[in-house]
Design a protein around this ligand. Structure first.
Ligand code: FAD
Length: 530
């Protein structure tokens, strides 16, 4: 007998390549598309900050409007998910709940709770993988039950699996007949999309990013139209301080599942097939999606992945606890314009370039402040539109050289790093208008400007903009010694995630300073400033 189904959207906020929803439609006489807006869950487990709330509301609005075009609707229900589900299973006489399979412990817990509820109330639970390219548990299985801990090993396992499955067809009018109709008049108020003020968040949303499948697909299309750029894309050649993103900027859409990674992957394959020599992983665009997959795979089978303690792949480091320094970093008041401009962009827009993330993460952890990567990860979790359990923690471990990354002698200089790709400091001038009149010569180190230059720029260092909070040279030298010691003491843990795949930044360095690096390679390097 066909089911009466609730399809529960969690991530996966889309109608294209939605295999779980499509399967629900095939096995059901009616499917209720439901989003449970459980504020407690979203603020405690997912830790959504204001910008992400806005982005989520936009995603829901878009999904709502796309479902309306199919004469259905998205039932947005506020409340604790267990109680809401219980009530609606009874109310609609539900025999099946469908939802995408996710890997995060809090979503897994939710799945277990729903399974138990199903047993008790007599409904079935059905789920498929839709947020990653592969079912990552298959990757772990093929690697003898443990996650491949290096990108190279990971790519090797993928060769055994072949290409990811093709995306499924979009939910269209013929499937839509089984979607629940619009609620009756008067009822719709109960299921409407809340306004920001209903959620207690500010109405104002300044970020240029707009949530939703429609915008995500448009952006994807625009990028894919530029076939030459796509084929030649090499991450190390992209620019962290361009005024518009120099990479795709699709991460917020992947994060909420407004865009399918399989759709992107296969469209890239088509372009690569038509191009004579396209770039390859780890630096190509498919290579970026595979990094995402890599972190999902490792996170899915590593206990305490987002923590240092109890995390078997992570170096155990006695980081400093310094709330004041952490606050300065978080609020963009370090006195290093490059770092502060990045943190300002993060606060205002919720997205920053990958190498900008490198710069601020290195500065907070092993570079300058020696503060735990967990603190930084939590700040990113709150502020990033694309905040993601696996990718965020994985990259923070990487940047702090706690796992995955081993060229720990390479420390990013908060003055020189940004200068290379933006010598005039346009990026700094945009995000830190207080410095906008500084001559380019001093824009990355305004404290070095003579007094007359500061007066002329109408910005006195120490009064209008802070002095640098640390002496970078001294702090980074000191931290390097600490890191060396940790790695010697914990040699075995340090080896676990050691790969021989080039770090993308390494490629950039080799390209830009070939002689310097050849020389450096010969010498045993004690320390480098990038
Ligand atoms: P593109 O270069 O266009 O890449 C396309 C897609 O590939 C991205 O949208 C993303 O889904 C994936 N991708 C790219 N780089 C990586 C990477 N290094 N690791 C895993 N997946 C990648 N990305 C997140 O999506 N969420 C996070 O919470 C997150 N936290 C990070 C924290 C730190 C400290 C660092 C250094 C990086 C973090 N990243 C995170 C990875 C990366 O910076 C972003 O995915 C990327 O900058 C997003 O921009 P884009 O969509 O233009 O990327």
């Amino acid at each position: 007998m066909p089911h009466r189904t609730i399809h529960l959207f969690r991530k996966g906020l889309r109608l294209h390549d939605n295999p779980t929803l499509l399967a629900a439609l095939k096995s059901s006489e009616v499917v209720y598309p439901v989003y449970i807006l459980d504020r407690k869950f979203l603020t405690s487990a997912v830790k959504m900050g204001t910008l992400r709330w806005h982005f989520l509301l936009q995603c829901l609005e878009d999904l709502q409007s796309n479902l309306k075009k199919l004469n259905s609707c998205l039932w947005i229900i506020q409340g604790e998910y267990e109680a809401v589900l219980r009530e609606h299973v009874q109310k609609w006489n539900i025999s099946q709940v469908t939802l995408d399979n996710e890997i995060e412990p809090f979503y897994k817990q939710m799945e277990r709770t729903i399974q138990d509820m199903g047993k008790e109330m007599g409904f079935e639970v059905f789920s498929l993988v839709a947020h990653t390219l592969y079912d990552v548990s298959r990757i772990v299985e093929l690697n003898k039950g443990i996650a491949p801990l290096t990108y190279k090993r990971f790519l090797h396992i993928l060769t055994l699996l072949g290409d990811p499955e093709m995306p499924v067809q979009e939910v269209a009018a013929e499937d839509a007949q089984k979607l629940s109709p619009l609620p009756e008049e008067g009822l719709d108020e109960q299921y409407r999309l809340p306004l920001p003020e209903d959620l207690g968040i500010s109405k104002e949303y300044l970020s240029p990013w707009r949530g939703g499948e429609t915008t995500g697909l448009l952006q994807l299309k625009e990028h894919l139209n530029n076939q030459g750029w796509v084929a030649k894309f090499k991450k190390p050649r992209t620019i962290p301080n361009s005024l518009l993103p120099s990479t795709t900027g699709l991460s917020p859409y992947f994060s909420f599942g407004c865009l399918s990674v399989r759709t992107f992957f296969h469209r890239l394959s088509k372009i690569y097939a038509q191009s004579k020599n396209h770039s390859l992983p780890p630096v190509s665009l498919q290579g970026q999606l595979l990094w995402r997959e890599f972190f999902y795979t490792v996170a899915s089978s590593t206990p305490n992945f987002t923590k240092m303690v109890g995390n078997p792949i992570c170096l155990q480091i006695k980081w400093y606890q310094d709330a004041e320094k952490l606050h300065k970093w978080k609020t963009g008041k370090t006195g290093f314009p490059w770092i502060d401009a990045i943190m300002t962009q993060l606060h205002q827009e919720g997205w920053i370039h990958h190498f900008a993330r490198h710069a601020v993460a290195c500065f907070l952890t092993r570079g300058d402040l020696w503060i735990s990567w967990e603190e930084g990860m939590q700040v990113f979790e709150e502020l990033l539109l694309d905040a993601d359990y696996s990718i965020n923690a994985g990259n923070w471990m990487w940047l702090s050289a706690s796992a995955f990354f081993h060229q720990y002698t390479r420390i990013f200089c908060p003055v020189r790093f940004g200068k290379r790709t933006d010598p005039e400091g346009q990026y700094i001038r945009k995000y830190l208008p207080v410095l906008k009149n500084f001559p380019s010569k001093y824009i990355y180190e305004p404290w070095a400007a003579p007094e007359e230059a500061q007066i002329e720029a109408d910005c006195i260092i120490g009064k209008d903009y802070p002095f640098p909070m640390v002496n970078h040279k001294e702090a980074s030298n000191h931290n390097l010694q600490l890191m060396k010691q940790v790695r010697e003491e914990q040699y075995k843990t340090a080896q676990l995630t050691r790969g021989d795949m080039d770090d993308p930044m390494e490629t950039r360095l080799k390209r830009e300073h070939p002689e310097e690096n050849a020389q450096k390679g010969k010498r045993a390097r004690s320390r480098e400033q990038v």
